[in-house]
Design a protein around this ligand. Structure first.
Ligand code: JCF
Length: 679
């Protein structure tokens, strides 16, 4: 075989592996390799393609950002119009819809439906020829849309190539491009940081703005995702498709992600039940949905029902209550947080939005107030999405009272009068008072006693405020000096509750190093970082003396976090408080040092992990390393053991072929427990 041939086979194999892992990750939501292993495959393909550019094809997973910035978007006429959906706002509307369908079909029996969440994003149509993505378009006016092929190709949940044999076919699929709440928040955070002066008002606008970039390289770094909901053309596909569900299954097998909350229901009651379930789930979903879509399942029925005006007769969008409402700003106040950050808040005329009454909305920061130009007395549109704090989206300027004056952002802290200072981006305002500021002190204490920190049950916000305001306590260490008569002397404190609080304080003294570190409220040290620090140092003293370099050597700790930790332990005041806390008896069990017998099975062996393990991969790796073994990512004849979890992929098959010993995860667990003894 020529070298060229060998390289081309290797490239082909890498592409197939990457595509298969994309499918496991994006469509099945069950990755079978680590991100690091995936990255390795990807980089190997990139470097081979770099060396042998003659083998690059547009469908290669490396070619998502292929083209240069466009001059403008060209128009694409849809083969089949992209219709909208008829809307329903009540269960009565749904029953009427189902009755109309049964009447029209002239049948007595119940009609099956597919129910799925209606995603609040942008409809996109994609054409695959011979299984390759060749075109993507927006809905536009339904007849003609814009060619956004280059941008859509950058979305990782959109396969560039379909799975399976699609030679000789032309397929059109449609779906919704969305941005998750998390992606949206992160994007706005970056927009703030880069001082673009532009914040997106909601995930849908952010998705739209990201899709309409002329430079696909910008779209590529935006957190866009896609769910597919319809198969509109399938020329050359020889499967027998009888239902909407068959279509969705075909799509899913082809690597097109279908929303996991999609269900077949037997009748109108079933439709309404899904609406109710998802209305409750709505808060916890990672993205916005604005209702449920019902579609007649049988394709024959869809065909005979046809269309009215611009919507199919066989589909309905059953909407949820709005997440945006208008109300009036009664006042604007600023709040001082634990780190001194000053957040402006709009106090609102209470309004019912997305199922709850809202009377406050965050205004984020000074520049956001300026951008919105929000004033006391203004009528505003507020938005409440998921479980995030409601925010002001827009001011309705023509409803502004004549007397409304621009809001003046304070130059001194409203609580302690210290000067307000700004971070380097000039966006985040902070009170410079530190613990001299009673607001910062109170917030720091609330954090210290919170459930994931020292977990002092019964020491709520109101009590902390009283204790600070009456100057009973000055630092978190003072909490442990409280006596029962002092507590009982506070407002609304009976003898019994004073005793309970004393007990809770006492109980909190037995803690863990991770909790204690988290409780200290070191800037940038959240729960996960605190745990990582505790794992690494196992005791407090060496952490307190660690330098920047050692801290940065810990996985996931970067220079900013490391610097913040060093600064914290350089501050004499903090050391004093820590000493007092330890003197008052706060303690934690010493992390057990692991002792391993050298003749254990894994000592000196090379091990590969595959499939979904019930323990975090890092933990499995650490266990093997503790036993003296080595963990590698791919199976070869040098591999000694392959440990398999659920849904093992190609690695288990390869191990079998090479005769490498395969160990079930449960067996591994038992083994690891037997071989690790604490000293
Ligand atoms: O999730 C959506 N926004 C969505 C829109 C879902 C669907 O199944 C749709 C749609 C628009 C038209 N189906 C049609 C026919």
């Amino acid at each position: 075989m020529t070298d060229g041939k060998k390289v081309s086979i290797k490239i082909q194999s890498l592409r197939e592996q990457i595509e298969e892992h994309n499918y496991y990750y994006h469509v099945l939501d069950k990755p079978v390799i680590t991100d690091a292993d995936y990255d390795r495959l990807f980089r190997e393909l990139q470097s081979l393609e770099h060396e042998y550019p003659q083998f690059i094809v547009p469908q290669s997973p490396t070619q998502r950002v292929g083209s240069k910035p466009l001059e403008g978007f060209s128009q694409i006429k849809h083969d089949i119009p992209m219709l909208s959906l008829s809307n329903a706002f009540s269960t009565d509307d749904v029953f009427a819809f189902v009755k109309r369908i049964k009447d029209r079909l002239n049948i007595e029996n119940e009609v099956e439906f597919i129910a799925e969440p209606k995603l609040d994003g942008l409809a996109v149509s994609i054409i695959y020829e011979n299984g390759n993505l060749i075109q993507a378009a927006t809905r536009g006016d339904g007849t003609t849309g814009e060619d956004i092929t280059a941008n859509v190709k950058t979305i990782k949940t959109v396969p560039l190539k379909l799975r399976g044999d699609f030679a000789g076919t032309r397929i059109e699929v449609r779906g919704e491009v969305i941005m998750t709440h998390q992606g949206f928040a992160e994007l706005n955070r970056q927009q703030d940081e880069q001082e673009t002066g532009k914040r997106y008002v909601n995930p849908r606008n952010a998705a739209a703005g990201s899709l309409r970039q002329l430079d696909p390289a910008i779209t590529a770094v935006r957190p866009l995702e896609m769910y597919f909901y319809s198969l509109d053309q399938y020329h050359g596909v020889d499967s027998q498709l009888e239902t909407q569900l068959d279509k969705l299954k075909l799509m899913k097998n082809a690597g097109l992600r279908v929303n996991p909350h999609t269900e077949v229901v037997a009748d109108a009651e079933g439709c309404v039940a899904v609406h109710q379930q998802l209305a409750e789930l709505r808060e916890s979903l990672a993205y916005d949905i604005d209702g449920i879509v019902y579609k007649v399942n049988k394709l024959d029925y869809q065909q005979s029902l046809g269309f009215v005006a611009r919507a199919p007769r066989w589909a309905l969008a059953h909407k949820f209550p709005a997440q945006e409402e208008t109300t009036i700003v009664n006042s604007i106040e600023v709040q001082v947080g634990r780190t001194g950050a000053i957040t402006p808040v709009a106090r609102l005329e209470p309004v019912f939005v997305g199922g709850v009454t809202v009377s406050n909305a965050t205004l984020h920061n000074k520049s956001e107030i300026e951008r919105l130009d929000v004033r006391v007395g203004d009528t505003v549109i507020i938005r409440r999405a998921g479980d995030v704090i409601p925010e002001v989206v827009e001011v309705i300027k023509n409803k502004r009272p004549k007397s409304a004056k621009p809001f003046v952002f304070p130059t001194s802290c409203p609580v302690c009068d210290s000067e307000v200072v700004y971070d380097s981006s000039e966006i985040i305002a902070r009170c410079s008072g530190g613990l001299f500021c009673s607001a910062q002190l109170k917030e720091g204490m609330k954090h210290f006693v919170s459930r994931k920190a020292m977990d002092i049950d019964g020491l709520g916000s109101k009590l902390i405020e009283q204790l600070v305001d009456t100057k009973t306590i000055h630092t978190v260490a003072d909490i442990y000096k409280l006596d029962k008569p002092t507590i009982a002397g506070l407002e609304r404190m009976a003898d019994k509750s004073a005793q309970n609080l004393m007990d809770a304080i006492e109980k909190s003294k037995t803690s863990t190093l991770a909790r204690f570190l988290y409780a200290l409220g070191i800037n940038h040290v959240g729960e996960t970082t605190a745990q990582a620090l505790a794992n690494h140092f196992t005791e407090l003293n060496s952490l307190m003396h660690a330098d920047q370099e050692e801290l940065e050597s810990i996985e996931d700790i970067g220079p900013i976090v490391a610097q913040s930790i060093v600064n914290f332990f350089n501050e004499q005041h903090n050391l004093d408080v820590i000493n007092e806390l330890l003197e008052s008896g706060i303690d934690w069990p010493v992390t057990e040092k692991i002792q391993v017998s050298e003749d254990n099975t894994f000592n000196g062996k090379t091990v590969v992990l595959t499939g979904t393990l019930s323990m975090p991969r890092e933990q499995a790796k650490a266990t093997i390393v503790n036993l003296g073994g080595k963990v590698t990512s791919s199976v070869s004849k040098n591999t000694d053991f392959v440990i398999v979890g659920d849904n093992p992929g190609s690695k288990a098959a390869k191990a079998e072929k090479l005769g490498v010993e395969i160990i079930d995860e449960t067996v591994f667990r038992e083994y690891a427990n037997l071989n690790i003894r604490s000293s």
